[in-house]
Write a protein that binds this ligand. Structure first.
Ligand code: DAU
Length: 334
């Protein structure tokens, strides 16, 4: 089987390629990535060890040759997106281009080439906005509260329209917060781990009582594999491991694992329109047989270990001019 993966050098995309290439040496995986700031070239180096992986540097929002590249692919898993909420609050334009136009180019290619049997559209719990109690079902109202979430909600709506108008074989899958190896250190958990290793202050937004529901990235990969096989086209699926944690509690766990002092935690001004809690009901995918394999503590131990053992990977990002500028501008008090 030939699978195209967009955004295969990003966090979840690279974990998925790693997982699928190892598990299915008979698959042929083609990785399409623009190599933005979010894609570490060292990740690509790691993926190049797989003989069944090939790489094309491409901006899916620009490229007209996308149809030729996807021509023989039976499955497309579309991760490519700008994903960091805070960056979308600084400048939303890239989010609209990559997340919406990028998706448009992919589904338009699918409509034209007609060979794709399954299109897995990767989305997020953020499209529903915050929920105080209970969980959102798959047909809940979209209510994005930041430009990133709005760009993802727009892409989802576009995909739904293509399902209805052109019957493209799409499956939309909305995940809760992922964590694990190869996550960019601009995000909460890797930023905390790497700052703690470096004995640097760790920024906590507001009081840290916001809740996120954490899913280890390998479980995400398993869910996608399941949906490639058994997901019904035209359907939306939610994926979570039902592991809600307050941000402050996550930080305390990380510091305990690293044997560092909680004094490293520093409260910084809160994110604009910060969603307090996300939660998804996941019966649909659970009925297909999905059960997460890793609990939060186990996943966190593995994640901390990976960042300890792969300092070259994240120092490459943290020492870059791009990251230094971003960090100083974002956390001026640190
Ligand atoms: O919920 C799924 C989403 O999870 C994905 O769609 C997004 O692409 C992904 O970035 C993530 O969004 P969050 O905004 O939840 O992730 P982030 O790692 O930026 O923040 C997690 C929580 O930690 C959030 O409540 C904000 C807080 N935070 C974050 C950073 C970067 C801090 O307290 N301090 C920080 O420095």
């Amino acid at each position: 089987m030939k699978i195209a993966v967009t955004g295969g050098c990003g966090f979840i995309g690279s974990n998925f390629i790693n997982y699928i290439c190892r598990k299915h040496p008979e698959y042929n995986v083609i990785n399409l990535d623009k190599m933005t700031y979010a894609a570490n070239p060292l990740t690509l180096q790691m993926l190049r060890k797989y003989k069944n992986h090939s790489f094309v540097k491409i901006d899916i929002a620009e490229a007209m040759e996308i149809e030729q590249i996807l021509e023989n692919c039976e499955v497309i898993v579309h991760f490519a997106a700008e994903t960091h909420v805070d960056r979308s609050l600084q400048n939303a334009e890239n989010f609209l281009t990559t997340d919406i136009i990028g998706t448009y180019r992919i589904i338009e290619a699918i409509r034209k080439i007609k060979v794709v049997k399954k299109y897995i559209h990767i989305s997020t719990d953020e499209v529903y906005g915050s929920i105080e109690k209970g969980s959102f079902a798959e047909d809940a109202r979209l209510n994005p509260t930041n430009p990133y979430a709005a760009s993802k909600a727009s892409a989802d709506l576009l995909v739904l329209s293509y399902i209805r108008c052109y019957k493209i074989p799409a499956v939309i899958v909305r995940f809760v917060n992922n964590f694990g190896p190869f996550q960019h250190p601009e995000k909460f958990i890797p930023l905390a781990i790497t700052n703690a290793i470096e004995n640097k202050k760790i920024p906590l937004y507001g009081n840290g009582f916001q809740m996120r529901d954490w899913l280890f990235v390998e479980d995400t990969c398993r869910a996608i594999e399941l949906l490639i096989d058994r997901g019904e086209t035209g359907e939306i699926y939610h994926v979570s491991a039902h592991q809600e944690k307050r941000n402050i509690d996550v930080l305390k766990k990380i510091l305990a694992l690293l044997g560092k002092d909680e004094k490293l935690i520093v409260s910084v001004p809160d994110r604009i329109a910060h969603d307090v809690r996300y939660s998804l009901s996941c019966e649909k995918i659970e009925k297909l047989g999905f059960q997460p394999a890793r609990n939060f503590d186990d996943g966190l131990v593995r994640t901390v270990k990976w960042y300890k053992e792969n300092q070259y990977w994240w120092t490459f990002i943290k020492n870059s001019d791009e990251f230094q500028k971003y960090y100083k501008n974002k956390y001026p008090s640190l």
